[in-house]
Write a protein that binds this ligand. Structure first.
Ligand code: UDP
Ligand code: MN
Length: 261
């Protein structure tokens, strides 16, 4: 449907690489939805040009420049910069429903069925399952909700310093109100599960539809040798995301790099 979209965010060229792979992964799995990427002013011209070829809409969000309530909120909470930028997705009111996905996620199957869910649907966070993980969530753009979120942010801040703390504070009944708003973990499978619950990963991991490279080290932080098809660097860390890291790099090399030439 034309009025539904996947949305991601990249404030710099590193996260833009993630957004490129994410966009390509959604296209490869033949999504029928629009693709939107929110970018910050620090994203280079080259990255913007590549994103233009993969996304239907590349939208510049400059919270510092906006001269509106977001700017005011930002002045009061400078610590929450990227968070305010992410909340901007609620202003995409030319869509009725959207699915936000972090730039460090990758679709490994078609996930258009997520649009059957309502705001705010998300999967449990592996670290604290009564909180949802804000790397993948279903929402309904609305200027009213956007205003309320900014207000919440300014008044209460974020208990974890990021968007996940704000969103869990605002949508605080997620854990108990409606089980249909709990997305199965396979829609936001973080590789953390591989070492926190290996038997479950062995049992269910093959069903994963979205992989989330949550944490400090992102796929683009590693060096990759395209000839040997091997990821270099901290091998122990890399081995906790077995094939997915290679899949991310192989998409990057085969589908994204050629666009940069
Ligand atoms: N992000 C960004 N620039 C930054 C940090 C974060 O654009 O400098 C966006 C990006 O979409 C990223 C999301 O915010 O995926 C959340 O951050 P991250 O994925 O690093 O957090 P984690 O999932 O590891 O908690
Ligand atoms: Mn993430």
């Amino acid at each position: 449907m034309a009025d539904q979209a996947f949305v991601t965010l990249a404030t710099n060229d590193r996260y833009a690489k993630g957004a490129m792979v994410l966009g390509k992964s959604l296209r490869n799995h033949k999504t029928s939805k629009k693709l939107v990427v929110l970018i910050g002013p620090h994203v280079s011209e080259l990255s913007r040009a590549v994103l233009q070829t993969l996304y239907d809409e590349v939208r510049l969000v400059d919270v510092m420049d906006s001269g509106d309530t977001a700017h005011l909120a930002m002045m009061q909470r400078p610590d929450l910069g990227v968070t305010f930028t992410k909340l901007h997705c609620w202003t995409l009111t030319h869509y009725t429903k959207c699915v936000f996905m972090d730039a460090d996620t990758m679709a490994v199957a078609n996930i258009d069925e997520l649009f059957d869910r309502e705001e705010l649907s998300a999967a449990p966070d592996p670290g604290w399952p009564d909180c949802f993980n804000s790397g993948v969530f279903v929402f309904s753009p609305s200027n009213e909700t956007y205003g309320k979120l900014l207000q919440y942010c300014t008044e209460h801040g974020s208990f974890d310093g990021g968007d996940q703390g704000v969103l869990n504070g605002y949508f605080s009944d997620w854990a108990t109100a409606d089980i249909r708003k709990h997305l199965p973990f396979i829609y936001n499978m973080s590789s953390i599960a591989i070492y926190t619950y290996l038997p479950a990963f062995k049992q269910y991991g093959a069903n994963a539809k979205v992989v989330h490279f949550l944490g400090k080290t992102k796929p683009w932080s590693y060096a990759y040798d395209p000839n040997q098809r091997r990821v270099q660097g901290n091998v122990q860390e890399a081995s906790s995301h077995p094939g997915y890291l290679l899949e991310w790099w192989s998409l990057y090399c085969s589908c994204v790099l050629p666009l940069k030439q």
